[in-house]
Design a protein around this ligand. Structure first.
Ligand SMILES: [Zn+2]
Length: 85
């Protein structure tokens, strides 16, 4: 099960379940929602993050690659079809 990290100015979320995650997460094992205190019992969907993208048109691939050099980066709207879920 794969997912993409979707990064915007203040939050990072999982493309598969739409819930918050950590920018440094390799798998969606915990739910983090923006500035609120994380619920210790909240579990992510478990997907492995295989790419990083954004919905913010001002964010470039270089910006994303800087955040996660280990993942392929895609600008807003450029995510390959198989990762767009
Ligand atoms: Zn998830």
């Amino acid at each position: 099960m794969h997912a993409t990290l979707i990064v915007d100015a203040y939050t990072t979320k999982c493309s598969r379940c739409g819930k918050g995650t950590s920018l440094t997460a390799t798998h969606h094992d915990r739910v983090l929602s923006g500035w609120t205190t994380p619920d210790p019992d909240a579990r992510g969907c478990g997907a492995a993050f295989v790419a990083i993208s954004t919905q913010d048109l001002s964010v470039t691939e270089a910006d994303l690659a800087e955040l996660r050099p280990d993942l392929p980066a895609y600008r807003a709207g450029k995510l390959p079809g198989e990762l767009r879920r």
